[in-house]
Design a protein around this ligand. Structure first.
Ligand code: OGA
Ligand code: MN
Length: 344
């Protein structure tokens, strides 16, 4: 295949206009960052396009490094380049990021406001391993030990193995998630991403018309029901009350539409529940066909960033007794996708 055809049909976002200009001669680190951004522009994009095939959706995870970029404060041009990359690709992969919690927080904050992981899981206040600026997606307890197979906190977090979009169960759902791998199991534990823009584009007109204007109710109660986890206290049920989300979202920058789905969606306003669930299940089945999916195999130091407004993701199983320390920072969304129901 001629290399020309590997290029995405629309221009890659890393044009000269947004490449940082070297003005600071003594900043060796800055020069390295710029080289790396050039690499994003010229090399990796093409090869991944090729790997995913010519008919792949406009969903091209860029496997690249910004190395020092994550550790050092970003320039405004670099911030713009990353947002442009996210607008275009929806998932970005940064390998070999040897960063600690503070550096991950600083990198995340340079891109926007952090969403706190408060009241979202089953850990008690004294069971947190990480500060609430992180979502602890690991399988570890507060002593850094893998949780027992039947630990209810672990069983609840197995909900992450269902296709979802982060915090769609909050009235203001998440924008980006940034997941960093500190330790990985010997096998399994991939994270898969599905492009919900491509899924929307591939729907027939009749189904598109049926979806437009629909409002769903999302709750962690619904996603856990699907894996047979009903063991919630009254307090947890109150905390996990459903919120409303539109089913079709339009990206504020690109104008592209995407299906906004998640296993948390368990009802459609105005529809009988069984019909709504069957419809949502069909949509998820459609949206997660292999041609819309990228599977990320983790290495220690990988930082993967995804746009929850345009993708769904799920974790894959791995040996329960092995530690998998992955830490997520999350960027807050701009606001609710739809007015919430008045409190009863
Ligand atoms: C997450 C998530 C899946 C995984 O970090 O939000 O769902 O593979 N992760 O850990
Ligand atoms: Mn998630």
């Amino acid at each position: 295949m001629p290399s020309r055809s590997r290029r995405p049909s629309s221009p890659v976002p890393f044009g000269d206009d947004i490449l940082p200009v070297v003005v600071d001669r003594q900043a060796a680190l800055a020069v390295e960052k710029i080289e790396i951004l050039r690499e994003i522009r010229s090399g990796e994009v093409a090869s991944l396009d090729n790997e995913l095939g010519e008919n792949s959706p406009n969903f091209v995870p860029v496997t690249t490094m910004i190395g020092l970029g994550v550790r050092k404060a970003l320039t405004s041009q670099e911030v713009a380049a990353i947002h442009a990359g996210m607008d275009r690709y929806a998932v970005l992969v940064f390998h070999n990021q040897d960063i600690d919690d503070e550096q991950q927080l600083a990198f995340t904050r340079s891109l926007g406001e952090i969403e706190l992981a408060l009241h979202t899981g089953l850990r008690a206040a004294n069971e947190y391993r990480l500060p609430t600026t992180f979502a602890d997606v690991s399988n570890l307890d507060q002593h850094n030990r893998p949780m027992a197979r039947d630990d209810r906190r672990r069983l609840f977090s197995i909900g992450n193995r269902l296709w979802h979009s982060d915090s769609s169960f909050k009235a203001v759902p998440a924008k980006y998630s940034l997941l960093h791998a500190r330790s990985v199991p010997s096998k399994g534990g991939n994270t898969e991403f599905a492009d919900m823009r491509a899924a929307w584009d591939a729907l027939d007109d009749e189904t598109k018309a049926q979806c437009e204007g629909l409002v769903c109710e999302h709750s962690q109660i619904y996603s856990r029901q699907q894996i047979g986890f009903f063991d919630l206290t009254d307090e947890e049920r109150e905390r996990f009350k459903p919120v409303r989300q539109v089913l079709v979202r339009t990206h504020p920058v690109t104008g592209r539409k995407s299906l906004y789905l998640a296993s948390h969606a368990g009802a459609i306003v105005g529809w009988p529940i069984p019909e709504a669930r069957a419809f949502l299940r069909d949509l998820i089945e459609h949206a997660t066909q292999r041609q819309f999916v990228h599977s990320h195999k983790w290495a220690v130091g990988d930082l993967v960033m995804w746009d929850n407004r345009q993708t769904m993701h799920r974790g894959r199983p791995f040996p329960a007794e092995e530690p998998r320390d992955v830490r997520r920072t999350t960027l807050a969304g701009d606001g609710p996708t739809v007015a919430q129901a008045a409190a009863a």
